[in-house]
Design a protein around this ligand. Sequence first.
Ligand code: PHE
Length: 361
Amino acid sequence: MTELAQTRDDWIARISSAADPAALEELRVAALGKKGEISLMMRELGRMSPEERQTKGRALNELRDEIDAALRAKKAGLDDAALDARMESEWLDVTLPGRPRPQGTVHPVSQVMDEVAVIFADMGFAVAEGPQVESDWFNFDALNIAPEHPARQEHDTFFMARETGDNRPPHVLRTHTSPVQIRAMQEQGAPIRVIAPGRVYRMDMDQTHTPMFHQVEGLAIDRDISMAQLKWTLEEFCRAFFEVDEVELRFRASHFPFTEPSAEVDIRCSWAGGALKIGEGDSWLEILGSGMVHPKVLAAAGVDPDQWQGFAFGMGIDRIAMLKYGIPDLRAFFESDLRWLRHYGFAAGDVPSVSAGLSRG
Ligand code: PHE
C-alpha cells in the first residue's frame, strides 16, 4: 500500500467513527484546514520537479476531494441522526384531550339585553347610551319631574358627593333610563327610534328589588305616532321575546310626569302547577311603564312638540329575564355565585338572532 493510500484509509476510518458534529469539525480542520495534514502535503508540491508534481498533484487533489466528500456525507448522517433524536424527544400527541379550563357563561341579564336589542333592531330601533352618573337636569328636570316629586326624595335616589363650595345640585346615579330619551333627541333630533338598555340605581332591597338593576328605554318620535303603534310594538316585542304565538297585554291608566297619557302594561300569564306560562291563564304581571312623550319633554330636548309626537316606554330587564327563564330571586342575579351562574348562564357564542330562535343554546 502506498503511503498516500494509507493516509486515505486512516482519514476515512476516523471520519466514519466521528461521534458528533463537533468531533467531525475537528477532523475537517486537522485534514483540510490551513495547517491540516492534506493542506501541508499539497504545499510540498512547490518544491517538486514538474513531472513529480504532475502525478503527485493529481493524486493529492483526488485524496482531498475524497476526504471532503467523506466529511460531507458523515455530516449529513450526523445531522439526520440529531434531527431524529430531537423528534424523538420533542414529540407531541395531538390526539390527547385538551386541558379543561374553567368555563364562563353569559349572565342572563346580558343574554336578555342582547335578545331585546335584536328584536328591536328588527323593528328599526337603534341602540342609544347615556352615563350612569347623570346630572339632576337630565334625570329629573328635563323629564318634567318637579323638585317636589317623590322620586327626588333622598330615600329613592343615590346622590353623588357635592363639590365643596358648589351651589349646583349634586349629580345622581340615574334612577331610570329615561334621561337617555333627552340625550338621544338632543343628539339626533326627530324623527328618531331608539332603545337604551343599561344600569339604573334606586335605594331599595328585597326579593324583587336590588339597589342596582337594569332597564331598557324605548323611544319612537315621528309626525303621527300614536298609542296604537305603542301597543303594536310592545305586543310584537313580547311575542318575539317570550317565544309564544299569542300574547295579551293589558294597558292600565297610570301616571308618569314625562308621558301624557301614561299606561302601565301587564302581560297575561298563568302560574298553574307552579310554572309560569305567558299568554294564557288568569293572572297579570306588570312588565313596563309607557305613554306618549310629554310635550314639555320634547321641548326640553330641543324637539318641536307642535310638529313631532311619539311614545316611550321603560321596561325592567331583570324582571323579564326572571319571567322568561324562571329565576325566582332577583338578589341572586348580582351575587356572582358560580353555581348560580353555571345553572342560569348561557353558552358564550350563542348570539341571539330572531331567525335562529332567540334563546337557543
Ligand atoms: N322611567 C319609568 C320608570 O323608571 C318608566 C317609563 C319610561 C315610563 C318611559 C314611561 C315612559 O319607572
